[in-house]
Design a protein around this ligand. Structure first.
Ligand code: ATP
Ligand code: MG
Length: 412
C-alpha cells in the first residue's frame, strides 16, 4: 500500500470533513450572492505568466512555493496558487472592461509547495470575492463588510479579529520605502537571510516576516501611516469611518502588508487565536495595478480570499447521515420488486436504501447501524395484497399499508 498514499500536504476528504468544507463554501457563496457577487470558475492551471507577472519575483509564491511544469507542447504552466490573477485574466479576456463594475465570487483548490502543517497544505481551497472596476473606497468597505458577514453566518465572528492597514498610493509607498530601508539598514547584521534579501527587492515585505528576531526589529520600525499623502490618508480614514458605521470592530496594524506585489492602499486580514500559528482565515486588499500587469487596461480592484480548511476547523456543525427508510425483502427473490418502490420513494424526496443480502436479522442490524427511521418489509403475503409491512424502527410499531400511505407518513 506504500505507493497508494497521498502526496505530502495533500489530503483526501471523507464525508465528515467534506461536509464542513461545504458548509463554509455554501455560506460564502450565499452571502456573496446577496451582495450581488456572481460565481465564476477559472481553470486550475494557467500559463505560468498569469501568476508570475503580477505576483512579482520577490513573492514566496513565485520564488519557492509554485507548482510549475512544462506540458507536452512545452508550454510553461502553473497550478494556480491563488484566485485573483485568474479571475482578473478571465474578466479581461471576456471583454468585460466595457461593462464595469463587475462583482465575482469563486472557490476551488489552490496549490502551493509549502511546509505542510496544521492549517497549511499543499493543495487547499480558497473562497474569494473580487470587486472590479470601482476605485471608490466604498468598495473596500463593501468587501470587508461581506467578509465580516460571511464569518458571522458561520457563527465564528466572536473569535475573529479584523486587522487593517494601508499601503498608500505609489508616491506614499515610495517615500515610506526609503525611510524603512534607512531604518532597516542599521540592523542588516541581525536580519534573517530572507529579509536581508528583501531589503533591496521588496523591503515592505520584511514587515510581514514571521522570524522572531526580525519581529523585534520590525516592532519599532517607522509606520507607513506617517508617510501617507493627503489622498491616501483621506481614503484610509474614510474606510475606517465606514467600518465604524457598520459597527465592525478593527485594529489598525501598521505592519500589516500583503505578500504580493500588486496590492496598494487597503490591506486587511481576519485572524483568530483558535488555530495556533496559522491564524489568518481571510485576507485581502486593493490591487489597482493588477489588471495592467496582466496586459489589460487600468482597472481597479479590491477583494479577499478565505482559507476553507482553516474556517472548517472553526465551525461546530457535524455531519450526520440519517436515512429515512430501508427496504427489506423476506428473501432475495423480492429484491426486484423493491426497485420500483425505492424509485417512487426517491421521487418523493425520501432517502432510501435497499438492503440486498443477509438473513432478516442481519438486515435489521444494518438498518440499526445506519440509523434508519423506518423499514419497508416485503414478503409473499404482502405482495399479493399490494401492501407491505411498514415498521417504525424507533417505536417498533408495524402495520400493513400501501406505498401511498407510507410516503404520506414519511413526508409529513
Ligand atoms: P499565510 O501568511 O498563512 O501563509 P498567505 O498570506 O500566504 O497566508 P493568502 O495568499 O492571503 O495567504 O491566502 C488567503 C488565505 O488562504 C489565508 O489567509 C489562509 O487562510 C489560506 N491559505 C493560504 N495558504 C494556505 C495553505 N498553504 N494551506 C491552507 N490554507 C492556506
Ligand atoms: Mg503563505
Amino acid at each position: 500500500m506504500e505507493k497508494l498514499r497521498t502526496v505530502r500536504g495533500v489530503h483526501d476528504l471523507l464525508p465528515q470533513e467534506l461536509y464542513k468544507h461545504q458548509q463554509v463554501i455554501n455560506a460564502g457563496l450565499k452571502i456573496s450572492d446577496k451582495y450581488n457577487y456572481s460565481q465564476v470558475e477559472t481553470p486550475i492551471f494557467e500559463f505560468a505568466e498569469v501568476f508570475t507577472k503580477p505576483l512579482g519575483n520577490s513573492s514566496d509564491i513565485v520564488t519557492k512555493e509554485n507548482y510549475i511544469f512544462k506540458d507536452r507542447s512545452q508550454d510553461e504552466l502553473m497550478l494556480r496558487p491563488e484566485g485573483t490573477s485568474g479571475v482578473v485574466r478571465a474578466f479581461l479576456n471576456a471583454g468585460l472592461v466595457q461593462d464595469i463594475p463587475q462583482r465575482f465570487s469563486y472557490y476551488g483548490p489552490m496549490f502551493r509547495y509549502e511546509r505542510p502543517q496544521k492549517g497549511r497544505l499543499r493543495q487547499f481551497k480558497q473562497l474569494g470575492v473580487e470587486c472590479l472596476g470601482l476605485s471608490s473606497w466604498m468598495a473596500d468597505i463593501e468587501v470587508i463588510s461581506l467578509g465580516h458577514d460571511f464569518l458571522e453566518q458561520l457563527g465564528i465572528i466572536e473569535n475573529i479579529n479584523v486587522n487593517i492597514n494601508t499601503l498608500g498610493d505609489i508616491a506614499s509607498r515610495k517615500k515610506y520605502r526609503d525611510v524603512l530601508v534607512n531604518y532597516l539598514n542599521d540592523f542588516q547584521y541581525k536580519l534573517s537571510k530572507d529579509s536581508l534579501k528583501r531589503l533591496s527587492i521588496n523591503p515592505l515585505r520584511i514587515l510581514d516576516s514571521k522570524n522572531v528576531e526580525d519581529q523585534k526589529i520590525i516592532k519599532n520600525a517607522p509606520s507607513i501611516l506617517e508617510y501617507l499623502n493627503l489622498e491616501s490618508r483621506t481614503r484610509f480614514e474614510n474606510i475606517c469611518k465606514g467600518l465604524d458605521h457598520l459597527n465592525i470592530k478593527y485594529n489598525i496594524d501598521k505592519n500589516l502588508v500583503r505578500g504580493l506585489d500588486y496590492y496598494c492602499h487597503t490591506a486587511f486580514e481576519f485572524t483568530t487565536n483558535e488555530l495556533g500559528s496559522q491564524g489568518t482565515v481571510l485576507a485581502g486588499g486593493r490591487y489597482d495595478g493588477l489588471s495592467k500587469m496582466l496586459g489589460g487596461s487600468d482597472i481597479p480592484g479590491v477583494g479577499w480570499a478565505a482559507g476553507v480548511e482553516r474556517l472548517a476547523l472553526m465551525i461546530k456543525s457535524e455531519f450526520t447521515n440519517k436515512i429515512d427508510v430501508v427496504l427489506i425483502g423476506q428473501s432475495e427473490n423480492f429484491n426486484y420488486l423493491l426497485l420500483p418502490i425505492m424509485k417512487k420513494l426517491i421521487q418523493n424526496g425520501i432517502k432510501s436504501e435497499i438492503i440486498y443480502t443477509g438473513n432478516l436479522s442481519k438486515k435489521f442490524k444494518r438498518a440499526n447501524k445506519i440509523k434508519a427511521s423506518y423499514a419497508i418489509i416485503l414478503g409473499e403475503e404482502e405482495v399479493s395484497k399490494q401492501v407491505f409491512k411498514f415498521k417504525d424502527l424507533k417505536s417498533g410499531i408495524e402495520k400493513l399499508i400501501n406505498l401511498k400511505q407510507a410516503i404520506k407518513i414519511m413526508t409529513k
